[in-house]
Design a protein around this ligand. Structure first.
Ligand code: IDP
Ligand code: MG
Length: 153
C-alpha cells in the first residue's frame, strides 16, 4: 500500500464567481479522491500573506493578496494515495495558457492571475496550509464504498 496523503485545495474568488466550484469538486470526486473537509470563507489579508509567504517581494505579490482576499473562496482537504502530486497534475500549470487540455486550468482558465484554483505543491506545504485554513480541525474520516475498486489492497 502506498502512503495515503492529504492535500489542501482552494477554489479562488474567480472560481467562485464563475460558478465552477461544482466543476472542480466533480473532477476530483470522479478521479477517486476523497473530500474530507470543505468550507466557504473570505481570507483576511494577514492570512493571505501567510499563505503566499513564499512569494513576498515578487512583483505580483500585492496584486495576488488583493485578489485572493477580494471575495469568498472554498477551502478543501482531499485525501488519497499520492494526492498532493495527483491534484497538482489535475490542476495543470500555473499559466493556464500552458496548462494541458483535461486539466482544470487548461480547460477553464486563460490568465495566470485568474487561474481558478490553488493546490499544495508538497506534503510539507499541504501540512502547513491545512493547519492554516483548518486550525479548528473538522477534517473527517470515513470510508468510500468504492475504495476497494480504486486501490489494490
Ligand atoms: P501555483 O498556484 O501554480 O502553485 P505559484 O507560482 O505558487 O503557482 O504562484 C501562486 C499564484 O500567484 C498563482 O497561482 C497565480 O495566481 C499567482 N501568480 C504567479 N505568478 C504570477 C505572475 O507572474 N503574474 C501574476 N500572478 C502570478
Ligand atoms: Mg504555489
Amino acid at each position: 500500500m502506498s502512503v495515503r496523503e492529504r492535500t489542501f485545495l482552494m477554489v479562488k474568488p474567480d472560481g467562485v464567481k464563475r460558478q465552477l466550484i461544482g466543476n472542480v469538486v466533480t473532477r476530483l470526486e470522479a478521479k477517486g479522491l476523497k473530500l474530507v473537509a470543505m468550507k466557504m470563507m473570505q481570507i483576511a489579508p494577514e492570512m493571505a500573506e501567510q499563505h503566499y509567504g513564499e512569494h513576498k517581494g515578487k512583483p505580483f505579490f500585492n496584486g495576488l493578496i488583493e485578489f485572493i482576499t477580494s471575495g469568498p473562496v472554498v477551502a478543501m482537504v482531499w485525501e488519497g494515495d499520492n494526492v498532493v502530486e495527483m491534484v497538482r497534475t489535475l490542476i495543470g500549470a500555473t499559466d493556464p495558457r500552458k496548462a494541458g487540455p483535461g486539466t482544470i486550468r487548461g480547460d477553464l482558465a486563460v490568465f495566470t492571475g485568474k487561474n481558478l484554483v490553488h493546490g499544495s505543491d508538497s506534503t510539507e506545504s499541504a501540512h502547513r496550509e491545512i493547519n492554516l485554513f483548518f486550525p479548528e480541525g473538522g477534517i473527517y474520516e470515513y470510508m468510500l464504498p468504492v475504495e476497494s475498486s480504486l486501490y489494490d489492497e
